[in-house]
Design a protein around this ligand. Structure first.
Ligand code: GLU
Length: 428
């Protein structure tokens, strides 16, 4: 799969097909699960600050809701495509199933670049997005959340719009909301912390101590930030972090042999994750090309930004020191790269297991909203750790027992659960 014509949905389908074969799924179930059940494509007219109307394109894809309401984030991205949203909705179905939460898979997107939009214009997009799917989303149908370039503020605008339309309070409609407005403590750090819970468990299996271990992270947004935070708290050292630089329109890797501090990083990033070059220089971080993160002599690699970051072209640059790849992003590794990772014997924590902390905490957020009773941060994080650790163990036990790649083991569990739900419902 070349970088130029990389299609995430084809990749998601190829991954599914190979596991469907291993599981011996019947034709009807395969046809159902390799495609989304429903898709909405729509326009969103917004009056811009200059008085003119601009029309944005929006999507919501509901891949499968046999196990519960569809669940998944909404991305704002200039290069958004419906195939990317389809792939991500599919991965959400497997993600919710592998951690065994009663939700299905969905994803949404808008083709837009928030870097060039005022808050008022973004609010217009959020409210317009909800108006177009108001009949097809809600606590019992489909529950959105933040994703690339969306955050708690976007979620509040969206919740408010649906509540206006329906004339009632509906905090269970959307997750990732700010604390105090139906949000859960721990949600901000949940995805990154979840990545580290998995790394901790993988290290236990491999007999590696996290204290003194090193990592290189690709990405500097929410997932990367909180992965770095907990990895560092547990005694590990993040020696490189790669970020997109909006000013220079290219990526850089920042390297620090002594480790990158969480407080330093948080003081240097803007809300989109671009690291301030002057601050990085003042910390003594070395500035390297964007793709240098992959060739660091570290124990753990964490691709935590976007799809197609470890592919057939660059997988060969991974150093022998790397024992674990923890996929914080969705779809960062292509099937071509998987072949090499398998051959090298690197322990791969597959994306839809590795980054499931976000949606698991979203599920807790919904539960708390429904009860109208909110837990402490410690309680949330303990429940998150328990849920993810038991999902990790189930996947790694199966991988060992059946002598299969961890990605395939995770898929076998997730697809098996969703196929069974479809069957019991009488759909297939
Ligand atoms: N967007 C996040 C993901 O890809 C979180 C989804 C959610 O919380 O529903 O897992």
């Amino acid at each position: 799969m070349e970088k130029k014509n990389f299609n995430p949905f084809e990749m998601a389908q190829a991954q599914f097909d190979s596991v469907a074969e291993k599981l011996g799924l019947d034709e009807g179930t395969r046809e159902l699960l390799r495609n989304p059940m429903r898709e909405y494509h729509f326009t969103i007219p917004v009056r811009m600050d200059d008085g003119k109307v601009k029309v944005f394109r929006g999507f919501r894809v509901q891949h499968n809701d046999a196990r519960g309401p569809a669940k998944g984030g909404i991305r704002f991205h200039p290069q958004e495509t419906v195939d990317t949203v389809r792939a991500l909705a599919t991965w959400m179905t497997w993600k919710c199933a592998v951690v065994d939460i009663p939700l299905g898979g969905g994803k949404g997107g808008v083709i837009c670049d928030p870097h060039n939009l005022s808050d008022r214009e973004q609010e217009g997009i959020c409210r317009g997005w909800v108006r177009q799917v108001a009949r097809n989303v809600g606590p019992l149908q489909d529950v959105p959340a933040p994703d690339v370039m969306t955050n708690g503020q976007h979620m509040v605008w969206m919740m408010d719009e649906l509540e206006k339309i329906r004339g009632e309070h509906l905090p269970g409609f959307i997750t990732g909301k700010p604390v105090g407005l139906g949000g859960s403590l721990g949600r901000t750090e949940a995805t990154g912390y979840g990545v580290v819970y998995h790394i901790r468990e993988a290290m236990k299996e491999l007999g590696i101590k996290i204290k003194g271990a090193t990592a290189s992270i690709q990405g500097s947004g929410n997932v990367a930030q909180y992965t770095l935070d907990l990895f560092t708290q547990l005694g590990g050292k993040v020696v490189a972090i790669a970020c997109w630089d909006q000013k220079d329109k290219k990526a850089y890797t920042y390297k620090s042999k002594n480790g990158i501090g969480f407080d330093q990083l948080m003081a240097a990033v803007d809300k989109f994750g671009t690291i301030d070059q002057a601050k990085a220089k003042s910390y003594g971080w070395e500035k390297l090309p964007g793709d240098a993160w992959i060739e660091q002599e570290v124990t753990v690699l964490v691709p935590a930004a976007q799809e197609n970051m470890i592919n057939g072209e660059n997988v060969g640059r991974i150093k022998d020191s790397v024992k674990i790849i923890a996929e914080g992003a969705n779809g960062p590794t292509t099937p071509e790269a998987d072949v090499v990772i398998k051959k090298k014997g690197i322990f791969l924590i597959p994306d839809f297991l590795c980054n499931a902390g976000g949606v698991t905490c979203s599920y807790f957020e919904q539960v708390q909203c429904n009860m109208n009773y909110f837990w402490t941060r410690e309680e949330v994080l303990q429940k998150l750790d328990d849920k993810l650790t038991s999902a990790f163990k189930a996947v790694s036990d199966l991988a060992r027992k059946k002598k299969v790649f961890t990605r395939d083991a995770a898929y076998m569990i997730a697809i098996g659960r969703v196929a069974e739900a479809c069957k019991k419902r009488g759909w297939v």
